[in-house]
Write a protein that binds this ligand. Structure first.
Ligand code: ADP
Ligand code: ZN
Length: 597
């Protein structure tokens, strides 16, 4: 039965089984019902509307806000032999006419449209004259004013149920936030929709947050030991740092490119394109880079600066490992990050309520950095998900950090803050605690006569920094940015100062053992693996499409493991559908056979 969803999954997409809730969602749409799908990045949302669009008569209309993403999806679908097209502002009049004609003739399985295009009365009347399989509203959180990515054009999508009451609709998003979810239901008129919520866990991503010592060297070591030849993203906060870091990585012999909003549009588009087309490019970027990056084989995301919230951290790290293969989220974090973000918030504009919310979010992010508990549990709990057991795939699980009773040194630090007048920064305070007279002000203000002077010689400078960082991160002291980052006591620290509360802190700098996350990945020097990748690259260049649109890494890895010797055997490899088998099965088979000789 050709329109059976499992048959479509196997013959068109070449996948053997549905993942998660795909089967239920697809069934719901084929039966004519509406659905709201909340699934994390990489969860497999696209199939949820692509398969029903193929199974139902008529064309599936997909509303998608990002041109780059639209083009990527259409190109990938064509590689599967699916009749897909898009209508957006990049087309010229003739291309437009051509696609409209195909639409009217029923010659399309899937049509991607930008929201503003759909709102055009001409488009609407055209669609009223076609047979429509379903409407899919991708990135549905764009309809929410709460969210981070509101688009006014999305509001108009409420006309769909009025104009097309009998056509099923599916809205999809990777945003889990309950308020956003309610707004989607309400504004898109999805009251009848079945809601499908998946776990937001990304089990294949390994989370690691390391203490900053020499961040560039740490990054280099991370890339060299775990990701030579891989594609990855390195996030930095400022444009300047982006440029400098990219230059430096290139000077170290890596293949890096910079990307930020200060570059002109053309350059940005080119660089984004290059990132998609190449298997092993490191993009060093501000957070301007990422939306619409659907590249499945981003193997790592590294942060050299701290994101402002767990939401941002999770979204950015979520760009790693969309293909489900092992991937790393790595971040270097230190005292300066805490100070910089606290300062940014204190200088920010906006209402008190808004600032309070931002402060709350930053506190949660800092809590994640300082926790000695499982990182994954901490994140999932933050999103309101029951997190289960320790994950075994984050630094806290793999290399549990020790804690130590820091109550006494914390009292000494707090007292040094108080005795020096609550206006000095961390460096100065450490000098006083360690009895150092490097700064002339120490004698000038008579701070060398204080009881706390030299009281803390048992800890070295790094240990004191770590302690101050944790005091600031835990909001046990405030930072006064009008006073050049001077520290002040606040209500929270009183129980510690009075000795009524013990303070357990994380012991830094113990990560001597270095573990590598290359679980079940082929060795980069395996000749057959190299040959398969080489063939993929050759075909991709010939067709001018990204290599992952030929076959995903996971499919090449499955070939490597199964070593099929006939086309029939090759067809059983996960990710090899009928169309691709015909288009370039023989070329890959030749390589696989060559390896056996
Ligand atoms: P999302 O849009 O939710 O981020 P995608 O639809 O891009 O995720 O899917 C992520 C990856 O998972 C894609 O590479 C896709 O081909 C793959 N995928 C989706 N469903 C399956 C499945 N049932 N079996 C194997 N791979 C799948
Ligand atoms: Zn864990």
């Amino acid at each position: 039965m050709p329109d059976n969803p499992l048959h479509i999954l196997r013959s068109v997409f070449g996948y053997q089984e549905f993942r998660g809730q795909q089967r239920q969602i697809i069934g719901r749409l084929i039966g004519g019902g509406d659905a709201l799908v909340l699934m994390p990045t990489g969860g497999g949302k696209s199939l949820c509307y692509q398969i029903p669009a193929l199974a139902r008569p008529g064309v599936g209309v997909v509303i998608s806000p990002l041109i780059a993403l639209m083009e990527d999806q259409v190109s990938a679908l064509r590689q599967l032999g699916v009749k897909a097209a898009y209508l957006n502002s990049t087309l010229n009049a003739e291309q437009n006419r051509d696609i409209e004609q195909r639409l009217m003739q029923g010659d399309l399985d899937l049509l991607y449209i930008a929201p503003e295009r759909l709102n055009n009365p001409r488009t609407l009347s055209m669609l009223s004259n076609c047979r429509i399989a379903l409407f899919a509203i991708d990135e549905a959180h764009c309809v929410s004013q709460w969210g981070h990515d509101f688009r006014a054009d999305y509001l108009q999508l409420s006309i769909l149920p009025e104009q097309f009451p009998d056509t099923p609709r599916i809205a999809l998003t990777a945003t889990a936030e309950p308020r956003t979810r309610e707004e989607i239901v309400q504004r898109l008129g999805l009251q009848q929709a079945e809601i499908y919520i998946s776990s937001f866990d990304r089990p294949n991503i390994r989370y690691r947050i390391v203490q900053k010592q020499n961040p560039r060297q740490q990054l280099l070591r991370f890339i060299r030991t775990e990701h030579l030849g891989d594609a990855g993203i390195v996030y930095c906060m400022s444009r300047k740092k982006v440029e400098e870091t990219a230059d430096w990585l290139n000077a170290q012999g890596l293949n890096a490119l910079a990307y930020h909003a200060g570059m002109d549009n053309q350059v940005r588009r080119q660089r984004q394109h290059k990132f998609l087309m190449e298997d092993s490019l490191i993009m060093v970027a501000t957070i301007a880079f990422g939306m619409g990056i659907d590249k499945p084989n981003v193997r790592f995301v590294a942060h050299l600066d701290l994101p402002k919230s767990i939401e941002a951290y999770y979204q950015e790290t979520g760009r790693a490992g969309r293909d489900g293969q092992a991937a790393n989220a790595w971040m270097a974090y230190g005292l300066q990050d805490v100070l910089a973000l606290r300062e940014m918030l204190s200088n920010g504009t906006g209402s008190e309520a808004h600032k309070r919310l931002e402060r709350h979010k930053l506190d949660a992010m800092l809590g994640l950095c300082e926790t000695v508990d499982c990182r994954r549990q901490t994140v999932l709990q933050y999103f309101g998900e029951a997190a289960g057991e320790h994950c075994g795939n984050c630094d806290a699980c793999l290399e549990p950090a020790a804690t130590w009773d820091a109550s006494l040194p914390a009292q000494q630090a707090l007292s040094a803050i108080y005795r020096t007048g609550q206006r000095f920064g961390v460096g100065y305070l450490i000098d006083v605690l360690r009895g150092k007279i490097a700064d002339p002000r120490v004698q000038q203000f008579g701070h060398d006569k204080l009881q706390v002077f030299g009281i803390g010689k048992t800890l070295d400078e790094d240990q004191w920094r770590s302690l101050f960082r944790q005091l600031v991160a835990k909001s046990l002291v405030d930072v006064d940015f009008n006073q050049y980052g001077g520290l002040r006591l606040n209500e929270n620290c009183r129980p510690i100062l009075r000795g009524e509360q013990t303070l357990m802190l994380r012991r830094d700098g113990q990560a001597a053992k270095y573990y590598v996350n290359t679980a079940n990945r082929p060795k980069s020097d395996d000749p057959l693996w190299q040959a398969l990748r080489g063939k993929r690259k050759e075909i991709a260049e010939r067709l001018d499409i990204p290599p992952y649109q030929i076959f995903h890494d996971s499919t090449l890895m499955a070939m490597l493991a199964a070593k099929p010797q006939t086309l029939n055997q090759l067809s059983r490899v996960n990710g090899v559908g009928e169309y691709k088998l015909k288009a370039y099965g023989a070329e890959f088979l030749e390589i696989l056979l060559g390896a056996m000789r």
